[in-house]
Design a protein around this ligand. Structure first.
Ligand SMILES: Cc1cc2nc3c(=O)[nH]c(=O)nc-3n(C[C@H](O)[C@H](O)[C@H](O)COP(=O)(O)OP(=O)(O)OC[C@H]3O[C@@H](n4cnc5c(N)ncnc54)[C@H](O)[C@@H]3O)c2cc1C
Length: 250
C-alpha cells in the first residue's frame, strides 16, 4: 500500500531543542533533534503542537529553515504580540525541552535541486524562512542555478540570517541578494525607503521572458501585492508560487 511507503511521515514525533540562535530581538532559530526524520524539500513546513499540563493543545505551522541534514531540523520563529505558540517557542522554550512536530508538509511551494530554471525569491519579514532553506539546499547540492532574492524588512536590525546572507551573496556563484527597507535603511543606503513596488521587482527580479520560477512568502498582504506585481510584469501565474504566513504583519 502507498501509505506503507512513508511510515510515520505525518504522525507526531517528539523533537528536542539542542541549540538556539537569536536572529533578531524578536526572532530565534530553534535547532531541533528530530529522531528518524525522513528528510524534506526546501520550502516545506512542519506542524508544531504544544500541550499544556491540563491537556489543552495548540498547533501552528512553521517552515523548515535548514537544508536536509540527518535528524537536524531548524525552524525560525518570529514572536508575534500575544502569540500563543510563537510566544512560547521564541520565549521560555529551553534547551533540552521536547516539542511535538509533524511533517514535512507541502508539495507545491518547494524547490527541487534538479530544476534548471532561474529562481526569484521574494520574502517579506519571516517569509525569508523557507526561501533560506532553498538557498541553503542550492548550496548543499553544489548547484549554480541563478537565484535572486529580494528581501523586504522594516529595518536592517530585522534581517534574519544576516551574516550568512552576506557570505552567501559573496561566495555562492549566481546568487544575488537585494533588500527593501520599509521603515529605516542603513546609513548611506542609496535607495528609497518604502514598501516594495513594481520598480524594485522589475529591477531586482528576472524579466518574465526568462520564465523564472518565482517563490513569494510572507504576511498575507505582502504576498498578494508581490504576486499581483509579478503577474502585471508578465510572469505566468503558474510559475508564481506563494506561501502566506498569516495576518498582514504590518
Ligand atoms: C505554511 C506556514 C508556514 C509558516 N512558517 C512560519 C515561520 O517559518 N516562522 C514564523 O514565525 N511563522 C510562521 N508561520 C506563522 C505561524 O504559523 C503562526 O501563525 C504564528 O507563529 C503566530 O502564531 P501564534 O500562536 O504565536 O499567534 P496567535 O495566538 O495565533 O495570534 C496572536 C496574534 O497575532 C496575530 N498573528 C497570527 N499569526 C500571525 C502572523 N503570521 N504574523 C503576524 N501576526 C500574526 C493574530 O492575528 C493575533 O492578533 C507560518 C504559517 C504558515 C501557514
Amino acid at each position: 500500500m502507498a501509505r506503507a511507503a512513508v511510515p510515520g511521515r505525518l504522525s507526531w514525533r517528539v523533537a528536542r531543542l539542542t541549540a538556539i540562535r537569536e536572529e533578531t530581538p524578536t526572532a530565534r532559530t530553534l535547532v531541533l533533534d528530530t529522531p528518524h526524520w525522513p528528510g524534506h524539500l526546501p520550502g516545506q513546513h512542519v506542524d508544531v503542537r504544544l500541550t499544556a499540563p491540563d491537556g489543552y493543545q495548540a498547533q501552528r505551522s512553521y517552515s523548515i529553515a535548514s537544508a536536509v541534514d540527518g535528524d537536524r531540523v531548524e525552524l525560525t520563529v518570529q514572536r508575534v504580540p500575544d502569540g500563543e505558540v510563537s510566544g512560547y517557542l521564541a520565549g521560555p522554550y529551553a534547551l533540552g525541552d521536547p516539542v511535538e512536530i509533524r511533517g514535512p508538509v507541502g508539495g507545491w511551494f518547494v524547490w527541487r535541486a534538479e530544476s534548471t530554471d532561474p529562481v526569484l525569491l521574494v520574502a517579506g519579514g519571516s517569509g525569508i524562512v523557507p526561501l533560506m532553506a532553498m538557498i541553503r539546499a542550492r548550496r548543499a547540492a553544489g548547484r549554480r542555478v541563478p537565484f535572486r532574492l529580494i528581501y523586504s524588512v522594516r529595518t536592517p536590525a530585522d534581517v534574519y540570517y544576516a551574516d550568512e546572507l552576506r557570505h552567501r551573496a559573496r561566495d555562492d556563484a549566481g546568487l544575488d541578494v537585494s533588500y527593501v527597507y520599509t521603515r529605516q535603511a542603513p546609513e548611506g543606503w542609496p535607495g528609497r525607503v518604502g514598501r516594495i513596488g513594481v520598480a524594485r521587482v522589475n529591477t531586482d527580479g528576472w524579466p518574465a521572458m526568462l520564465e523564472p520560477a518565482c517563490y513569494v512568502c510572507g504576511p498575507t498582504g505582502f504576498v498578494e501585492t508581490v504576486a499581483d506585481i509579478l503577474i502585471a510584469l508578465g510572469h505566468d501565474p503558474r510559475r508564481v508560487r506563494t506561501e502566506r504566513f498569516g495576518p498582514t504583519g504590518g
